[in-house]
Write a protein that binds this ligand. Structure first.
Ligand SMILES: C[S@@+](CC[C@H](N)C(=O)[O-])C[C@H]1O[C@@H](n2cnc3c(N)ncnc32)[C@H](O)[C@@H]1O
Length: 205
């Protein structure tokens, strides 16, 4: 059981989609993650949306011409995603078991994206292994991009399960180094204790 399913149950897809739709209707910008990826790599690049949920980011990236594979373990989230776009490859996969050689992944990626608190919502104790597996999906000059909350105001949890220090350590263990870190998907400068971080890791040279 992931921290996500523990927090919201295994039927959260429609509720999550409704919440995202309400945010969009209120005028909130919904595509910061897609803009961020588009600033890193050119359209047509291969992107793995790891923990894609209902496809909010994957659908937008697909519409912008990226070659997107999107994976999530939660069937209810994927059911919503699958009706959203046909030009995205939707895969039900547990990131704690994902195999970089999985033929349905289709080879190495230019960007592996873990957006929307995926890292702190993994099952407890699986984080280092998941990051090692995601790192295995990266091509030679590819990037691992993750955005997540570092305080409870930015998480759907009662406590903070993952610190940035732990995340950087797990990345280091997977052969990755921190290349850039921002406070927001809009690239505001990172400030510790502001509750959120967008981290870009690359393979160690
Ligand atoms: C808050 S949702 C974010 C969804 C999407 N990335 C977004 O930004 O809208 C977190 C997602 O992480 C997924 N997740 C958590 N642990 C996972 C795992 N081990 N394997 C695959 N997906 C996982 C959950 O199922 C959930 O869909």
């Amino acid at each position: 059981m992931t921290r996500w399913s523990d927090a919201v149950g295994d039927d959260s897809g429609e509720r999550y989609q409704a919440r995202m739709a309400a945010l969009a209707a209120s005028g909130q910008a919904m595509h910061g993650e897609a803009d961020f990826v588009a600033g890193l790599v050119t359209a047509g690049s291969r992107v793995l949306d790891a923990g894609c949920g209902t496809g909010r980011v994957a659908v937008e990236l697909g519409a912008r011409g990226f070659d997107v594979v999107a994976a999530d373990v939660d069937a209810s989230m994927l059911a919503v995603a699958r009706r959203s776009a046909r030009d995205v490859a939707w895969l039900q996969r547990d990131l704690a078991a994902v195999e970089p050689e999985d033929p349905e992944l289709g080879g190495a990626f230019d960007v592996v994206l873990a957006a929307g608190n995926v890292i702190p919502l993994l099952a407890e104790g699986t984080e280092a292994d998941v990051i090692r597996r995601l790192a295995g999906c990266l091509g030679a000059r590819a990037l691992l991009v993750a955005g997540f909350g570092t305080d409870v105001e930015h998480l759907p949890l009662d406590e903070v399960p993952v610190t940035l220090e732990e995340y950087d350590d797990w990345c280091a263990g997977a052969g990755l180094i921190l290349r850039e870190r921002f406070l927001t998907w809009d690239r505001e400068p990172f400030e510790a204790d502001q509750g959120y971080a967008v981290s870009v890791h690359a393979r160690r040279a």
